[in-house]
Ligand binder design. Structure first.
Ligand code: UGA
Length: 459
């Protein structure tokens, strides 16, 4: 099938290259010419495991191409995946202007019938607006426009795996022919008939995913409901963590046992600095606005957001508790990305932390395995270490802000020797408290107090 993907951001690049892996003829378009020039030269704007080799291979084999000519991409395909950004407006609403622009372009540039697929995260009822725009601007053209909603559930860092081995494919449609087209597009993935780019490193042997057909409104709502629930789970775990801290319990033990209940599940119960990134924080805002407009009291999400915003402040308080005065203290920050295995620093709790410490007058040296270039652009005032050891040199404290796996296996003896004071504040509960203590560190994390029950003495 000839497919065009509009928008070469995270979702667009992963969608385009994975659909090419599934055997389709895909052209990815972006109005940012510099991005297309870089992609032609083999330079991806994002770091995502497997993506660059996949893009290179699919381009070489002729299934994937890039263009800055969105009109041409629209005209040449049967199905158009809309993967443009929907960033937050000041009031929390999703900015849908890019979707609107593409809708008008599809309407005016199409000479054959098209299926327009919403892949970007959008508020419920956007599909209806999209359909309306297509029929108004494409009137008298003698072509039919169908609309489908196909929310994306990929996570940064595991995006390729999530797309090719999804736990569900959701398709919101109005008519049977659109459903059939979508089924055809996803058939290779449903039947696992593709060359998995992960096969050499362990392609997950998952069951074929359920293909869930819904109305367009339901599909749109599913995406916001899912992301908001994940955010809620994290804030809930963080509250349990605060309780554990005050009352001498251990959050790892509590969430592990709670998560073993299949009705709850173990994922997204990791306590720490809270959620960041370009999806969860903006999606709960947008979902709150959806609820507000529908006159539904969804204050629950306001709380989720409020509790999350407090996490970084609590981490700074933890640092104050240990260091007393933060002014003029040398602090090493390990981790800048909003989560591991990505170079994305948008709404990263690590950057928020750095800004707060900067206000306190601390001297900061940061390190991240992949996100330093993007962090430098966002917070140029910080010093950066070429490796974790340079970052911790003479530091009074080391603060872990992202749970990169490689931080776990650092040479902690060497780190201890390099630091002015062996103090580790672990904002992601990455390290084992007992081990850190045995290595001679003063160690603090969230919800894992170093407390044993004190029995009253007999006398
Ligand atoms: C999120 C969703 O997980 C995806 O399903 C969705 O497709 C995507 O948004 C999207 O809308 O495009 P992502 O933004 O890549 O994916 O990040 P997550 O893996 O959800 O992590 C979000 C944040 O929560 C990170 O800062 C992470 O460190 C934090 N987190 C996660 C916790 O603090 N605790 C946890 O237990 C899990």
């Amino acid at each position: 099938m000839r497919i065009s993907v509009i928008g070469c951001g995270y979702v667009g690049l992963v969608t385009g290259s994975c659909l090419a892996v599934a055997g389709h003829q895909v052209v990815c378009a972006d109005s940012d010419e510099s991005k297309i020039v870089a992609l032609h030269a083999g330079n991806l704007p994002i770091y995502e495991p497997y993506l660059d080799s996949m893009v290179a291979q699919e381009c070489r084999e002729g299934r994937l191409s890039f263009t800055a000519d969105t009109r041409e991409a629209i005209a040449s395909s049967d199905v158009i995946f809309i993967c443009v950004g929907t960033p937050p407006l000041e009031n929390g609403d999703a900015d849908l202007s890019a979707i609107d622009r593409i809708a008008r372009l599809i309407a005016t540039e199409s000479v054959t019938s098209k299926l327009a697929v919403e892949k970007s995260t959008v508020p419920v009822q956007t599909g209806w607006q999209l359909k309306r725009a297509l029929s108004i601007y494409g009137r008298d053209k003698g072509v039919t426009f169908k609309v489908a909603s196909n929310p994306e559930f990929l996570r940064e860092g595991t995006a390729v795996q999530d797309f090719l081995h999804p736990d569900r494919i959701v398709v919101g449609v109005e008519e049977g022919s659109a459903e059939q087209l979508m089924q055809e597009i996803y058939l290779p993935i449903l039947e696992r008939r593709f060359n998995c780019p992960m096969h050499s490193t362990g392609c997950p042997q998952t069951q074929p995913p359920p293909f869930i057909v819904t109305t367009i409104n339901s599909a749109e709502l599913i995406k916001h409901a899912a992301n908001s629930f994940l955010a809620l789970k994290i804030s809930y775990a963080n509250m349990i963590s605060d309780l554990c801290e005050r009352l001498g319990a251990n959050v790892d033990q509590v969430t592990r046992a709670v998560g073993l209940d299949p009705r709850i599940g173990p994922a997204f119960l990791r306590a720490g600095l809270g959620f960041g990134g370009f999806c969860l924080p903006k999606d709960i805002q947008a979902f709150m606005r959806v609820a507000e407009r529908a006159a539904v009291d969804f204050n629950l999400l306001k709380e989720v957001d409020r509790l999350n915003r407090k996490r970084v402040v609590q981490f700074v308080e933890m640092a104050k508790g240990a260091l007393w005065v933060l002014k003029d203290k040398q602090i090493a920050i390990l981790g800048l990305a909003f989560k591991p295995n990505t170079d994305d620093v948008r709404s990263s709790p690590a950057l928020e932390l750095i800004k707060l410490l900067q206000v306190e007058g601390s001297h900061l040296r940061a390190y991240d395995p992949h996100a330093m270039e993007k962090a430098r652009a966002a917070i140029p005032f910080v010093q950066y270490g070429t490796d974790p050891y340079e970052a911790v040199q003479d530091a009074d404290a080391l603060m872990i802000a992202t749970d990169w796996e490689e931080f776990r296996t650092l040479d902690w003896h060497r780190i201890r020797a390099l630091m002015a004071r062996p103090l580790v504040l672990d904002g992601r509960n990455l390290l084992d408290p007992a081990r850190m203590k045995s290595l001679g560190f003063e160690y603090h994390s969230f919800g894992r107090p170093d407390q044993k029950l004190e029995l009253p003495t007999e006398d």
